[in-house]
Design a protein around this ligand. Structure first.
Ligand SMILES: *Cc1c(COP(=O)(O)O)cnc(C)c1O
Length: 404
């Protein structure tokens, strides 16, 4: 008789986005004349940039001719893309990352969920609270998180690092020593980030205690301030303790195209075993590569035309972010984020809970956001708005919120 992986049964239902959808549907059925503006889900809305479309078209044509047809991609990804990444994302920033330390994948969600597989199940993880839910849930599936306390909404074997206004939404070094530390900066959901010297403290700490940092830099392209690190490898010693995850979803609009990568420096070792070799083994065994066509599109992200067009695309979203940030500040809201990330994190007014404020905004302003409590207990009383809408909708949403 077969048995299931009953770790899956421990997962509390993640009803966040389905609950939001249900509430929004119910409201619009009852009020069909109301035009709802959605600034909830973290998905891009601008079309792919022309340089990317051109690369896609060219690659499609190549696939139609025997001489230029491509079958399975190389295990770690095509050299042309890995070199472009090494050059532009790392060498250009003075970081020593080689093309063969880069593993191409179909996105950072899979990589951030799969990376835990190469670690022992008795490793202890530390996460920020609130947090992108993938990090915790995939460790639950692997049996690494202990038991769930439904009242407190926490796992017994997970170290939580609260990120609140009091600490500028930056985690403090944990009292209990973790083995794996998940960090994401600029951050989803809080939109906050940390400065290079703060990240250096984390790298020094990880090297001191023998922990690995899994650094999610999906929002790197949104950084505007000078001293915010674009990659963890800007920090001394990071090659010995850090894995970096990147995505083409937010910087280039690839949410529906799918492309990402993971960096594992060869110096990152457990005794004599390099994590690079373990991940290479996993990649080779379980993954057959991102499509050739998509990897060519990824290469175009690093072309001169691609860079210029994407800079504009990011600027478009960040103009929205600024509009929300300043508009809500004027209206008396306590807001943060929105400077180095396309997310605005606000405190629900008048002592409302996250969900009370969600209902309030839906009913009175017909604006949809995301309740902070959906990202972890420390997100309670907070609320996330995204800058990924159109400028017109963003302006309209802010005016409506100001008006309630
Ligand atoms: C959007 C996002 C990603 C990217 O996921 P993809 O699978 O590459 O689309 C990764 N991490 C965080 C925190 C995100 O918000």
């Amino acid at each position: 008789m077969f048995k299931i992986n009953d770790n899956y049964l421990k997962l509390p239902g993640s009803y966040l986005f389905s609950t939001i959808a249900k509430k929004v549907n119910a409201y619009s059925q009852a009020n069909p004349e109301k035009k709802i503006i959605r600034l909830g889900i973290g998905d891009v809305t601008q079309p792919l940039a022309p340089a990317i479309i051109e690369a896609l078209h060219n690659a499609v044509d190549e696939m139609g001719k025997a001489e230029t047809f491509h079958g399975y991609a190389p295990d770690l990804g095509y050299e042309f893309l890995r070199s472009a990444i090494a050059e532009n994302d790392y060498k250009a920033r003075g970081c020593d990352i080689a093309a063969d330390e880069i593993f191409i994948s179909d996105g950072a969600k899979c990589d951030s969920g799969n990376i835990q597989e190469i670690f022992s199940t008795d490793n202890k993880i530390a996460v920020c609270d609130p947090v992108y839910p993938v990090y915790v849930d995939t460790n639950v599936m692997a049996g690494r998180t202990g038991t769930y306390d439904a009242d407190k909404e926490v796992w017994s074997d997970v170290i939580y690092m609260p990120c609140l206004a009091e600490n500028n939404f930056a985690p403090e070094l944990p009292k209990e020593t973790p083995d794996l530390i998940y960090l994401c900066f600029p951050n989803n959901p809080t939109g906050s980030t940390i400065m290079k010297e703060q990240l250096q403290e984390w790298v020094d700490y990880a090297n001191k205690v023998g922990a690995v940092i899994i650094y999610d830099a999906a929002y790197e392209a949104y950084i505007s301030q000078e001293d915010v690190p674009h990659t963890i490898y800007e920090c001394d010693g990071a090659r010995a303790c850090a894995i970096e995850l990147r995505s083409f979803s937010k910087n280039a609009g690839f949410t529906g195209v799918r492309l990402g990568f993971t960096v594992i420096p060869k110096e990152l070792k457990c005794g004599e075993t390099s994590l690079h070799s373990l991940w290479a083994r996993r990649h080779g065994t379980k993954y057959n590569g991102a499509p050739y066509i998509v990897q060519r599109a990824g290469e175009a992200v690093y072309s001169a035309a691609g860079k210029a067009q994407l800079k504009e695309q990011v600027a478009y979203y960040m103009r929205n972010a600024k509009y929300i940030l300043e508009g809500l500040k004027d209206a008396g809201y306590t807001v943060s984020g929105g400077v180095d990330a396309p997310y605005i994190w606000l405190k629900a007014p008048k002592g409302m809970s996250s969900w009370e404020f969600f209902d309030y905004l839906l009913e009175n302003a017909n604006v949809v956001g995301t309740p902070g409590s959906g990202f972890g207990p420390s997100g309670e009383t907070y609320f996330r708005l995204t800058a990924f809408g159109s400028y017109e909708n963003t302006v309209a949403a802010v005016e409506r919120i100001k008006g309630v």
